[in-house]
Design a protein around this ligand. Structure first.
Ligand SMILES: [Zn+2]
Length: 201
């Protein structure tokens, strides 16, 4: 249990440091900023995180974040049932939806195959992807994975496991710089990458 003020500060700094892209200095700055603000700033932040964590689960169909068993995209029957876009994480769906240029469905892998970190095909939602393709009406599977070695390895693996099915596999067009994160690509670039997608393999 913390016993004096610096222990409390250390706890907050420690928690922030676990976030991606936050080093010791940024963590310290955030901690002191929050402590210097009105109580409501800290409580609103803590409450928002807590209630989101308590209420958001994974969509049973596509593994997007969802408040219900099925996310709003899977519940929307006016989308294009022939298109399935495979993404690494739910944040990419957010970026795609903002681009307003895609109206098919999604499948979230929750990671990429990464031999260096010991992430194997069975650690991500690949079996579930094959099941959906087998039982669904999809005609085109769009691989929208980050252009790095893990994204490439995962794309090749997907091509292999989907080969028994009669689907056309495409990938986002280049224009997205190699090594960049899709999360940070602007919506115009992403729209172009979808419009000019190419056959994969
Ligand atoms: Zn869904």
């Amino acid at each position: 249990m913390p016993i004096n003020h610096s222990d409390y500060v250390k706890d907050i700094v420690f928690a922030f440091k676990k976030l991606p892209g936050i080093g010791e200095r940024s963590a310290r700055r955030l901690a002191f900023y929050i402590l210097s603000q009105n109580e409501s700033v800290a409580y609103n932040l803590a409450d928002a995180i807590k209630s989101a964590k308590q209420n958001i689960k994974l969509c049973k169909n596509c593994f997007n974040l969802s408040g219900d068993d099925l996310c709003p995209i899977c519940r929307n029957q006016s989308r294009n049932t022939k298109l399935l876009c495979v993404v690494e994480n739910p944040e990419i769906i957010y970026v795609f939806e903002k681009s307003g240029n895609y109206n098919g469905y999604y499948h979230v892998l929750h990671g990429l195959i990464n031999p260096l970190e010991g992430i194997t095909p069975s650690d991500i939602k690949l079996r579930e992807l094959a099941d959906r393709v087998e039982s669904g009406s999809f005609e085109e599977i769009i691989l929208a994975l980050n252009p790095n070695s893990n994204g490439e390895a995962t794309s090749i693996y997907i091509q292999k496991i989907l080969s028994p099915y009669n689907v056309h596999i495409t990938a986002l067009a280049r224009g997205i710089p190699i090594g960049s994160d899709l999360e940070y690509v602007d919506k115009e670039t992403l729209s172009e990458a979808i419009n000019f997608r190419k056959n994969f393999g």
